[in-house]
Design a protein around this ligand. Structure first.
Ligand SMILES: N[C@@H](CCC(=O)N[C@@H](CS)C(=O)NCC(=O)O)C(=O)O
Length: 196
């Protein structure tokens, strides 16, 4: 989702190949044997390259064209943004996965992971008390990078999430979910077939 948002925002033209994770095309695995999506395959007459990490796809696409200035020009802000993304991708995601899919990790009680994840939500909420987005009045790389994970966390148990006293965070999530950008990338696409 976050890679798609960055590709859309940067007006990158690309062919979207929707796949089923349960039936990964051989071509995908030949490009990126780790078998996760998204995978961006860049190919021209003389060279090709593969970017198979969503954050790298975001950086690559917005690095080429960034009409909303999602990448900060201020080195301190940029470093704070990447620190927050790192906390999300390493720490928050760890807790999200265990809260959402405890059985995959041999766990019976997901709630300790929800509790630790909620501390990260509180930190985000504190940041959103002074501005509409995480790093100011407009959306940044950090908003785009974190939103899909906060959304997943919220959707595990919406009743629990809705009663949290974190109004700025909930308004931020609603705004991001209802944004034209997010709605446009959520359009259902037909599955790509290797034989087509
Ligand atoms: N660090 C990778 C993680 C990507 C990832 O885990 N993608 C999931 C789908 S959202 C996936 O492809 N899982 C493989 C599977 O379920 O077989 C990234 O951000 O690109």
């Amino acid at each position: 989702m976050r890679a798609r948002m960055a590709l859309k925002l940067s007006q990158t033209q690309y062919e979207h190949r929707e796949i089923e994770l349960k039936a990964k095309p051989l071509h995908l695995l030949s490009l990126s044997p780790k078998g996760t999506v998204p995978v961006l395959w860049l190919k021209d007459a003389d060279q090709e390259c593969v970017i198979d990490q969503s954050l790298e796809i975001m950086k690559w696409s917005l690095g080429r064209h960034d009409p909303e200035h999602c990448l900060s020009q201020d080195p301190h802000q940029s470093s704070a943004m990447f620190d927050l993304i790192e906390q999300n991708d390493q720490g928050f995601k760890f807790n999200l996965d265990r809260y959402k899919y405890p059985h995959r990790f041999g766990l019976t009680d997901p709630l300790p992971f929800r509790q630790i994840g909620a501390l990260f939500l509180e930190a985000l909420n504190a940041q959103l008390m002074s501005s509409a987005f995480l790093f100011g009045p407009t959306r940044s790389l950090a908003d785009l990078a974190l939103m899909p994970f906060v959304r997943q966390f919220a959707h595990v148990d919406p009743t629990w999430f809705d009663q949290l006293p974190l109004e700025p965070l909930k308004a931020w999530l609603r705004g991001m979910e209802n944004s034209e950008l997010f709605v446009s990338i959520m359009t259902k696409r037909p599955l790509w077939s290797e034989d087509a």
